[in-house]
Design a protein around this ligand. Structure first.
Ligand SMILES: NC(=O)c1ccc[n+]([C@@H]2O[C@H](COP(=O)([O-])OP(=O)(O)OC[C@H]3O[C@@H](n4cnc5c(N)ncnc54)[C@H](O)[C@@H]3O)[C@@H](O)[C@H]2O)c1
Length: 260
C-alpha cells in the first residue's frame, strides 16, 4: 500500500529524520531528502538510498528559516517526484538559556525552523494530498509540546505551537483522506542533545555516558534513551492503513515522562 508513495522528510541528513528515511525506504517509499549539508554530499546521500533500496530520491538543502526557499523546495519536489504523499516535519534545533537571557536571534531561528517551517511545508503540500484524497502529515514535536522545562522557552513555545497546528490541520482535512499527527518523543540519541550532555558532563565532572544517563533519568522514568529508528517505526505505523483513524493526535513516546 505504501510502496511507490513519495515521502518528504525535513532534516533527514541526521538523527531521527535519517533513521526514518531508512525505515520508509525499506518499504519502497520514494524519498525527498533534506537537510543542512552541501549539494554534493546530499546528492551522494540520495544516490546511496537509490542504489540500496531501488527507489527514486531527490535532495534539497533549503534553509528552513527562509519561507521563499521552503516554497521553492516544495514546488521543485512536487515537480520532480509528482506529488508529496507523506510529509514529515522533522527538522529542528535547540538552544537552552533562561527566558530572561534568551538571545533574540536564537528565539527567531527556533520559531522559524521548529514551527513556522511546518506551516509553510503543510500549506504547500496539502493541494497534492487533497487532489489524491490521501495524505499523511507527521510532525515531530516533543514532550516539550506537552510540558515545559526550564531554559527551553523558544523550544517549548515552538513545540506547543506544532501541537496546535496539528489539531487544526487535522480538523480541516478530516474528510480528505489525510491524517495529521504529532509524535512527542522524550530523549532520543541524536546530535541535537549533545550540548546538553556536555554541559552536565562539565558541571558534574562525569564522562559522556554517565552524563547521558543522568540527563535521561532526570526526566524519564524509563531509564533509557530512545534509538532514532524507534521513531521511524512509529512514523511507518502512522502511515499505514491501520492508523487511518488516528488524526489530530499528539502522541507521547517518552518513557512515561509525561505520565508524571
Ligand atoms: N533528540 C531528541 O532527544 C529529540 C526529542 C524530542 C524531539 N526531537 C525533535 O526531533 C527532530 C529531529 O531532531 P534530531 O534529534 O534528529 O536532531 P539532529 O540535530 O540530528 O537533526 C536535525 C536536522 O535538522 C536539520 N536542520 C537544522 N537546521 C536547519 C535549517 N535551518 N534548515 C534546514 N534544515 C535544518 C539538520 O540539517 C538535520 O538534518 C527535531 O524537531 C527535534 O526537536 C528530538
Amino acid at each position: 500500500m505504501l510502496k511507490g508513495k513519495v515521502a518528504l522528510i525535513t532534516g533527514s541528513t541526521s538523527g531521527i529524520g535519517l533513521a526514518a528515511a531508512h525505515v520508509l525506504a525499506e518499504q519502497g517509499i520514494n524519498l525527498v531528502l533534506h537537510g543542512l549539508m552541501s549539494n554534493q554530499e546530499g546528492t551522494a546521500l540520495a544516490e546511496n538510498f537509490t542504489q540500496q533500496y531501488k527507489i527514486n530520491t531527490t535532495f534539497s538543502n533549503a534553509d528552513l528559516r527562509d519561507p521563499d526557499s521552503i516554497h521553492t523546495f516544495i514546488d521543485n519536489a512536487i515537480t520532480k517526484m509528482g506529488s508529496i504523499d507523506i510529509l514529515i516535519n522533522n527538522a529542528g534545533i535547540q538552544h537552552t538559556e533562561s527566558a530572561i537571557n534568551f538571545p533574540l536571534n536564537k528565539w527567531n531561528d527556533i520559531i522559524a525552523i521548529n514551527l513556522s517551517a511546518s506551516f509553510h511545508t503543510i500549506q504547500k503540500s496539502l493541494p497534492s494530498m487533497q487532489k489524491n484524497k490521501w495524505g499523511r502529515i507527521i510532525n515531530i514535536a516533543s514532550v516539550h509540546g506537552l510540558v515545559g522545562s526550564v531554559n527551553k522557552s523558544a523550544y517549548c513555545a515552538a513545540k506547543h505551537g506544532i501541537v496546535g497546528l496539528t489539531k487544526v490541520v487535522a480538523l480541516e482535512n478530516a474528510e480528505q483522506g489525510i491524517t495529521v499527527n504529532s509524535i512527542c518523543p522524550g530523549w532520543v540519541d541524536t546530535p541535537l542533545i549533545n550540548d546538553q550532555i556536555k554541559a552536565i558532563s562539565e558541571k558534574e565532572n562525569l564522562d559522556f555516558e554517565d552524563a547521558k544517563y543522568n540527563l535521561v533519568t532526570a526526566k524519564q522514568p524509563l531509564p533509557e534513551m530512545m534509538n532514532p529508528r524507534q521513531i521511524g517505526e512509529f512514523i511507518l505505523f502512522l502511515c499505514s492503513d491501520s492508523a487511518r483513524s488516528i488524526t489530530g493526535s499528539s502522541l507521547p513516546m517518552d518513557g512515561a515522562w509525561t505520565a508524571q
